[in-house]
Design a protein around this ligand. Structure first.
Ligand code: 4AD
Ligand code: MG
Length: 477
């Protein structure tokens, strides 16, 4: 017998005879009412067990976490809160779950505890909702770009390049670690390694993406990227997913337009498709807000916050203007930021970004034209010779969600920059070829997918929006 998803049963327009549902028991009340969830929706279906005609042995095995199959009729529910329930005629325990030992008890667990049980936390309402929202957002990403005729490019995970020039790479090797082949000077001889050279996990697919944009016009990547930065924060992962569009003939302003349109599209798509999950997550947040001190409470409920982003243009401000705003601001009672921005050229710290977004503009903000020396080598030098055509998009509660730029398309300027900061041009010969043969203005950006999921779900720790988080000191699963 084919089973029907709980979501379809709950959305049924009529009562039904002899249906089969399969799922996991969330709770079992009064020896009679099973709340059954199969992951197709946040909502459980109530299954009413005929306890008088069910063996005592079987009733005992209906415990939180157990996998069960029920056959019965879908009838109108007598109880409040649900339209339909299943009047169970036949019940089978598919997989027992020891009620004493099952870690996901029907009560509120701390997020820390759930992180230690990442393989089971997805069986809770909140994590089921988060992971469904994540999946829909990912689909929306593809839908947006595919509708616009972008080509999806799978850039390599193993690469010889350090795309960001920041040296935060995980090394890849097949060499025996306890017996590394050495050169005469004691350095590791990577010529004997699998690829005959030194390689690492990619920090960004951008450089390879650029080569494809210079042939296919508009491309995007969407894949895992890796950073060995020792940032133990609620916004950093060692493995995260990045979306990187790259477009030939786009300048910085086209790039900003694309990023804004893209972000609004995927949020709108998800708000429309994930109503139940987002309502649940909003309710969960409102509960949490109640116990927080007033100052830490967020000003808007989740859905209102999402709609605000959809209905309002992002504010655009140059780095120089942003610095002026910050210099003339009194962020708190001490009237000073912890990190000084008195010097033009200082990088914005998260306290500055938060101030701009949450206090000054009260809106997502695009900061552009950053000082050249705090940004990556491939960004296009502006006419003023001191800023580059970079843009970061800053989001409330998140900080930087997007980093992008117009690329330096002039061979001479690019090679000079690489020499000055000591990037090996031989290592990037293939990248430089894009500037040798048919170079043209082009731009792109990278959006950290988990930061987007954080924003849309209202969660506050990035470890809670990726199935199995990798962070310093933690790769259990
Ligand atoms: O600003 P980033 O480092 O830019 C790049 O990698 C460019 N190559 C992108 C491009 O132009 N194609 O990273 C882009 C975004 C950040 O804005 C942030 O959202 C996210 O990636 N990100 C991280 N997310 C989670 N954990 C980390 N450790 C992250 N580092 C960056
Ligand atoms: Mg960045």
């Amino acid at each position: 017998m084919k089973h029907t998803k709980v979501k379809d049963l709950l959305n049924s327009t009529k009562t039904l005879q002899e249906i089969n549902a399969k799922g996991w028991v969330r709770t079992f009340r009064n020896n009679q009412f099973i709340a059954l969830n199969d992951g197709s929706t946040i909502n459980n279906i109530q299954c009413v067990v005929d306890f008088e005609n069910t063996p005592e042995e079987t009733l005992k095995r209906i415990t939180t976490g157990a996998a069960v199959s029920v056959i019965g009729d879908l009838v109108e529910s007598q109880g409040k809160g649900q339209k339909y329930e299943i009047q169970v005629k036949k019940l089978e325990i598919l997989g027992d779950s020891d009620a004493e030992k099952f870690p996901m008890q029907p009560k509120k667990h701390s997020l820390e505890f759930l992180r230690e049980n990442a393989h089971l936390r997805v069986r809770t309402n909140a994590f089921g909702a988060i992971m469904r929202v994540r999946s829909v957002l990912a689909f929306a990403v593809h839908q947006y770009f595919q509708e616009k005729g972008f080509v999806y490019v799978n850039t390599p995970v193993i690469t010889g390049a350090d795309a960001e020039g920041a040296g935060e790479m995980f090394q890849v090797t097949s060499l025996p670690l306890d017996n590394l082949p050495k050169n005469d000077d004691g350095s590791i001889n990577y010529k004997e390694d699998f690829f005959g050279k030194h390689t690492n996990l990619t920090v960004s697919g951008q450089l390879e993406g650029e080569t494809f944009a210079m042939a296919l016009g508009q491309i995007y990547t969407f894949g895992p990227t890796f950073r060995a930065e020792n940032s133990n924060t609620s916004r950093h992962l060692a493995e995260f997913w990045m979306i990187e569009p790259e477009v030939a003939f786009n300048d910085l302003h086209d790039n900003m337009d694309l990023a804004e349109d893209f972000i609004q599209y995927v949020i709108k798509y998800t708000v429309d498709k994930c109503e139940d999950d987002l309502k649940f997550l909003e309710g969960r947040l409102l509960e949490e807000e109640k116990v927080k001190p007033q100052a830490e409470r967020s000003e808007m409920p989740l859905l209102e916050k999402l709609n605000f982003v959809l209905e309002n243009n992002f504010k655009r401000v140059s780095y120089t203007e942003a610095i002026d705003i910050l210099r003339n601001s009194k962020p708190n009672k001490n009237k000073k930021f912890q990190y000084s921005i008195d010097e033009w050229g200082a990088d914005l710290q998260s306290e500055h970004e938060r101030y701009l977004v949450e206090k000054h503009f009260k809106s997502p903000v695009i900061v552009y034209d950053y000082p050249a020396n705090i940004k990556s080598f491939y960004m296009r030098l502006n006419e003023d010779d001191k800023t580059v055509a970079a843009m970061d998009i800053l989001f409330p509660g998140i900080g930087e969600i997007v980093g992008g730029s117009q690329r330096e398309e002039r061979y001479d300027v690019l090679i000079e920059k690489m020499r000055v900061i000591g990037i090996d041009e031989e290592e990037l010969w293939w990248y430089l070829d894009t500037r040798r043969f048919g170079s043209a203005v082009h731009s792109g950006f990278g959006l950290g997918f988990e930061r987007l999921v954080l924003f849309v779900t209202g969660m506050t720790n990035i470890r809670d929006v990726i199935p199995f988080p990798r962070t310093p000191g933690s790769a259990e699963f």
